[in-house]
Write a protein that binds this ligand. Structure first.
Ligand code: NAP
Length: 286
């Protein structure tokens, strides 16, 4: 039977460490780390995620400001807001909660965020740095997955990592991080032929699709490490991409859902906020 990759437990450890460091730096610099979160519109899932992020910041002694704007906010007004936050020295991290309404060009506005305050690591400068193995702000979900792999001493070098999903948020940065760890990486997506034939070769399988219980035991080989990123709401219930009960016996390690990649994403957001703070405040004071 597979062992659990306990994201809740590791996230708690990270939160405790970030809290201690935050207290130390507030004493040293007399400035509180501050994350500004922009929420446009009233998507209930986004509102929930933003509440989680706000609570997590407050628990570790960081300030968080949620700036909630109506769904009909213009692209220019959003850009002006981001520029204000870029110019505000008391703000160290800026997070634009996605998805944003369709009339706004998300690529354009994401790239207005100062790359040094880009806690999500979605701006072009951070994407380019990650792809060149340079120090970057790395998207929180894939970063959290690598933290979990490290915590459980899971070998990545030479292993075949198959990622289902090629988004900018999860799939592509995950692939970059696994290449950095010397895995052999395959990315599958909606046009991939014979997907099971590929996923069955995976030593490490990351499912980041958003299709409830798409991955069952027929997708994996014995002893694979299985990471579930997907979150789907079906008739008010939340499902991962992985059918946990069907896969548990075959996997060597598996993330639970909930309690796997979700809490790790938030823990890594706190780490990234502290990283931005140290870059902006620490460097100025050293
Ligand atoms: N746990 C967390 O903290 C966390 C964080 C972020 C996201 N999520 C969840 O993770 C999931 C993925 O997020 P995302 O932002 O990456 O989503 P996304 O942008 O919608 O990307 C989904 C990817 O899955 C691929 N796909 C769709 N149907 C497929 C199929 N039948 N077979 C193979 N591939 C298929 C798509 O292929 P194409 O590119 O060909 O369309 C796309 O690359 C969502 O459920 C999201 O809610 C969870």
């Amino acid at each position: 039977m597979g062992k659990l990759l306990d994201g809740s437990a590791l996230a708690k450890k990270i939160r405790i460490r970030v809290k201690t460091e935050t207290e130390k730096y507030i004493n040293e610099y007399n400035i509180q780390p501050h994350l500004a979160v922009i929420l446009v519109g009233a998507d209930p899932a986004s509102e929930t995620y933003v509440r989680f992020k706000e609570k997590a910041c407050n628990q570790v002694g960081m300030k968080s400001s949620v700036i909630h704007k109506p769904a009909d906010l213009s692209e220019e007004s959003l850009i002006e807001l981001i520029e204000e936050l870029n110019n505000d020295d008391s703000v160290h991290g800026i997070l634009l909660q996605l998805p944003i309404p369709k009339h706004i060009n998300s690529e354009r506005v994401i790239n207005v965020i100062n790359p040094r305050k880009d806690v999500d690591g979605f701006a072009n400068e951070n994407v380019a740095k990650l792809s060149k193995n340079q120090d970057a702000l790395v998207p929180c979900t894939p970063l959290g997955i690598t933290r979990l792999l490290d915590e459980y001493n899971i070998k990545t070098e030479g292993e075949h990592c198959v990622i289902i999903g090629r988004s900018q948020i999860v799939g592509k940065p995950m692939a970059q991080l696994m290449l950095q760890r010397n895995s052999t990486v395959t990315i599958c997506h909606s046009k991939t032929k014979n997907i099971k034939g590929i996923t069955k070769q995976a030593d490490i399988l990351v499912a980041a699709v958003g299709k409830a219980h798409m991955v069952d035991d027929s997708f994996i080989k014995d002893g694979a490490v299985v990471i579930d990123v997907g979150v789907s709401r079906v008739k008010g219930k939340i499902y991962g991409d992985v059918n946990f009960d069907r896969v548990l016996d075959k996997a060597s390690y598996i993330t639970p859902m909930p309690g796997g990649t979700g809490p790790m994403t938030i823990a890594c957001l706190l780490e990234n906020t502290l990283k931005c703070y140290l870059d902006l405040v620490g460097n100025k004071n050293d």
